[in-house]
Design a protein around this ligand. Sequence first.
Ligand code: C2O
Ligand code: CU
Length: 542
Amino acid sequence: HATTHYNFEVVETVYNRLCSNKTIMTVNGQFPGPTIHVTEGETIVVVVANKARQNITIHWHGVKQPRYPWSDGPEYITQCPIRPGTNFSQKIEFSDEIGTLWWHAHSDWSRATVHGAVIIHPKKKDDYPFPVPHAEIPIILGEWWKSDVQEVLSEFLKNGGEPNISDAFLINGQPGDLYPCSRKDTFKITVDHDKRYLIRLINTVMNTIMFFKIGGHNVTVVGTDGAYLKPFTTNYVAISPGQTLDVLLLADQKSHYYYMAVGPYSVAGTFDNTTTTALLEYRTTPSTLPPSSPRLPLLPESNNTLASADFTRKFKTLSLKNRPINVPTNPSTKLFFTLSMNTLPCPNATCLGPFGDRFSTSINNLTFDQPKISILEAYYKGTNGVYSGDFPSRPPLAFNYTEEFVSRELWFPANATKVRYLDYNSTVEIVFQGTNTVRGVDHPMHLHGYSFYVVGSGFGDFDEMRDPRSYNLVNPPLMNTIAVPVNGWTTIRFRADNPGVWLLHCHLERHLSWGMMMVFITKNGKGPSAQMDPPPPDFPRC
Ligand code: C2O
Ligand code: CU
């Protein structure tokens, strides 16, 4: 049947939040942006027309884009920006993804307002491996900045310190009734008693892992990152920037109103700790008591690392006949990547980072330097001098990664644009090791072009002899974004079966802006044009 086309007009739109008006970049004037509904296996075309004054690119987060990195979107990695006044038609093929993913801008900090849900429905309507929900409710966690986000970005890059924080977290674009001028800006779900609802939760927040909880109810987690999970019940969830969660809510309580609440998880301490709320309203209840005001649910403490890590450690893939679990058992490529906060010398008189330096971030002690033309274009055309192929398999130096004070000599990374080649169909393992250089932080790591199995995680320095014994190679979760716990490690595995140029990065936007990214190029001996489909005619070149 015919391919469905969508028009995405990137425009500037005035929104009123927290008592004032502000112009933000949106798609089709909507914030959050339009929800895209597709069926498993479908291919769509999205025509992006940039009618704003800034560059933009659109990334399809968690969509593998088989042999077609042209539509992936990260600026200067797979394409140059869609400039104001120009268009780009992105073909997006959904292969085995199911459930919830999302799309977002991948150019400077514009993803703060340019994002939306992608819902992938099963081929046969309502063919879920769990009780069929009465209705589906997307819940997008976001943020509101009173200042311009691009100014926030250029400001902290200039002063070398931490970025300013946003003024409120949002639930579906609304801060909730505890904020000034926000009574009408409160998201509300209306439910019928004894019915089941599928909540599709997406964390689009720029810099914080989030806790989410519905007062008076447990939820059953059934999916994450476009894949099914073995169901488990919980009274709160933790969700990383980039990640999605599908949860079932059974409306079996007796009051008329309940609060939903959202709050940050952050060890760094720089976040907004006011509470964002939404309402759950029962249209019908068995109770004859008059409606009373809801109580705020108690979220885990904002520095509760275990509440975040333990929640994610409950994930297991649901085993289904038509979705085989194929965990690589004996990976042919073994990589060990350290994730570090760093500092670099201050170019001005004073910077606001530690000891007057400026912040940076690194993987294996390399801070990624964004090239001027895209790596994909350079690779496809065979242009020399844009990147080098020697991204290291291990950090240059082993040290006690998570000891309390990591020596200051280890604070300074090198700058480079390096990629790592992966042989087509090789099996890859990456151990991500968080370090305590400058300070330990959780890093939600996201890989483009693949989903990966999260086979294990723990605290402290990874021990090659001991830790692999704890791996789950039977039914580990299949994800695209995984939070590597502060001062801990996480191991992922995947098969490199998708030729192309694929970005790996931390999904905390400040860490990405400081350089915590690297690139994989998956190839066989045949040369790019034999493995990848050719670029589309309106591909934004550099
Ligand atoms: Cu959701 Cu490279 O990002
Ligand atoms: Cu990070």
